[in-house]
Design a binder for this molecule. Structure first.
Ligand SMILES: Nc1ncnc2c1ncn2[C@@H]1O[C@H](COP(=O)(O)OP(=O)(O)OP(=O)(O)O)[C@@H](O)[C@H]1O
Ligand SMILES: [Mg+2]
Length: 492
């Protein structure tokens, strides 16, 4: 097969970190090539080097007949390299068509040809069977649709190598299907797809070849047909990993949280009870109102009516501060926007919700901050040379661990985990399951919202299924089946 892109001995150094260490890899025409590795392994760094967003510290890139020390964004564009980054790059206050042709000149400089733009955008969407109104504001679209706009943007520039960094991390099951169709059509058109995901099933469903990075080093490239899940995991984490869900033996106690007749934002209608020592799973499709419910319980969204009773006492949760004081912590799903302050250090972020623990009157103890931060960095294996590092400089998955640590440090005895393992690598996932069990043993009660059926069924004592803001059913452990949950979630 024809090699379209070749990396030789690519390295990237940051102060105290070797993000990539002499990585060599090649990519063929028309193949779907997945790149896998733990959080912080260097995947995003690698694709930023391919797209010219950052310069490598050493090595060589070959594309077509050209050899170069580093790519530039202009050249990448010229060579047909399109990237969907881990973070969305669209402007939400602009329309779909404006986003797609942003920075491009259609028509002439004074009079952009909007008809032509709409025409071209529609053609791209039609070709890939996607139904999106080109006039719609991007901010009004679901995350899945926003991602399709990002892809359309790349396709409008005659893409030859399409790179996707965790494209399915925050989109619905239905949108994943659409995305996979697009990826397969791209392959038919001989486009090379470089695909990054922590979801093993996706990698096996799509890939022709898989490459693994570990600690910035290249481990191997394999034909997807010749490796099994277990081997791939061993290559990624460097040891064998037991993927079963950990057991916990604890008696489920009295109610700690009761929600009665909760209505909000037009469509919630919720009654539920969480008991001490329980993990209560909440299933539902994207848009079912799960996060909205969590936000009401966390005082971030106001309910229209209904009672929230915490340990027998009616609680008035007007702000997250009220919720924390009442003993309810929330780990948000949208961690970039709601979870962390990217421009502040790790230790600052982790201790911001537990200031009383680290200060006396108004004096903040640096030692206490250090102790708490070190404890969580160790427990969650946050990968960084320095806990004063800005969160922006962490890998995606490690940023998420900071968000989890921040809520845990507040030491509430009810914790709502919203998509706790999204973007988290397979080894760290296990750590989070063990951590949840540890918390339960310490007397914490957990609500777990998750779209990952396996983990929901593997970790929950009970599962509530939501559909359009309402509880559609409640399942006891013996009743857990994926099909039953999905039926309820789709409103059947
Ligand atoms: N600007 C930066 N400054 C300092 N260190 C950085 C910077 N960018 C990345 N790193 C470090 O480089 C390493 C590789 O990060 P990278 O984002 O490539 O990981 P990743 O494989 O994409 O992980 P994830 O699965 O969590 O997204 C990490 O240790 C990260 O902290
Ligand atoms: Mg990444």
């Amino acid at each position: 097969m024809k090699t379209v892109l070749k990396l030789s001995s690519i390295s990237k150094y940051y102060p105290g970190v070797i993000a990539l260490d002499q990585v060599s890899m090649d990519f063929s025409e028309g193949e779907i090539h997945s790149v896998m590795g733990e959080n912080g392994a260097g995947k995003s760094t690698l694709i930023k080097i391919i797209s010219g967003a950052i310069e490598p510290s050493g090595g060589m890139i070959e594309i077509g007949n050209e050899k170069m020390k580093h790519m530039t964004p202009a050249l990448a564009r010229q060579e047909g390299i399109g990237v969907i980054y881990q973070e969305f790059n669209l402007i939400s206050s602009m329309s779909v068509v404006e986003n797609i042709f942003l920075g491009e000149c259609v028509g002439n400089k004074i009079m952009p040809d909007f008809n032509e733009m709409h025409h071209r955008a529609k053609k791209i969407f039609e070709e890939f069977d996607v139904d999106i109104d080109t006039c719609e504001m991007v901010g009004n679209l679901t995350p899945g649709k926003q991602q399709l706009v990002e892809i359309a943007k790349a396709l409008s520039q005659n893409v030859k190598i399409m790179i996707m960094d965790e494209p399915t991390a925050s989109i619905s099951v239905a949108d994943v299907k659409i995305l996979f169709n697009i990826i397969r059509k791209l392959k038919e058109k001989k486009v090379t797809v470089i695909y990054i995901s922590h979801r093993m099933e996706e990698v096996f469903a799509l890939s022709d070849r898989v490459s693994v990075l570990r600690d910035g080093k290249f481990i191997a490239t394999k034909d997807a047909g010749e490796v099994v899940r277990k081997d791939l995991i061993t290559m990624m984490v460097g040891r064998e990993l037991n993927e079963s869900f950990p057991d916990r033996a604890i008696e489920i106690g009295a109610p700690v949280l009761e929600v009665k007749g909760l209505y909000g934002n037009g469509n919630l209608d919720i009654n539920l009870t969480l008991h001490k020592g329980e993990i209560l799973g909440i299933a539902g499709l994207v848009g079912a109102g799960r996060t909205e419910l969590a936000k009401v319980l966390y005082g971030a969204v106001k309910a229209d009516k209904g009672d929230i009773i915490v340990k027998g006492k009616k609680a008035a949760l007007r702000t997250p501060r009220d919720a924390i004081n009442a003993g309810i912590g929330y780990i948000p799903e949208d961690r970039k926007n709601e979870g962390v302050f990217l421009e502040f250090p790790i230790d600052w972020n982790i201790t911001i919700m537990c200031l009383p623990r680290v200060s006396k009157k108004t004096i903040i103890s640096e030692d206490k901050i250090k102790n708490i931060t070190e404890e969580f960095a160790k427990r969650l294996e946050i990968k960084t040379p320095d806990l004063k590092q800005y969160v922006r400089n962490l890998s995606g998955g490690n940023q998420q661990k900071v968000v989890i640590a921040k809520t845990l440090a507040a030491e509430t005895d009810i914790i709502i985990f919203d998509e706790p393992t999204r973007g988290i690598d397979v080894g760290a996932k296990q750590e989070i399951y063990y951590l949840m069990n540890e918390l339960i043993m310490q007397g914490v009660s957990i609500i777990m919202i998750s779209s990952e059926m396996e983990e929901l069924m593997g970790m929950s004592d009970r599962i509530l299924v939501m559909h359009e803001g309402k509880l559609q059913g409640e399942l006891k452990k013996e009743e857990f089946t994926q099909q039953y949950i999905l039926e309820l979630a789709s409103g059947l």
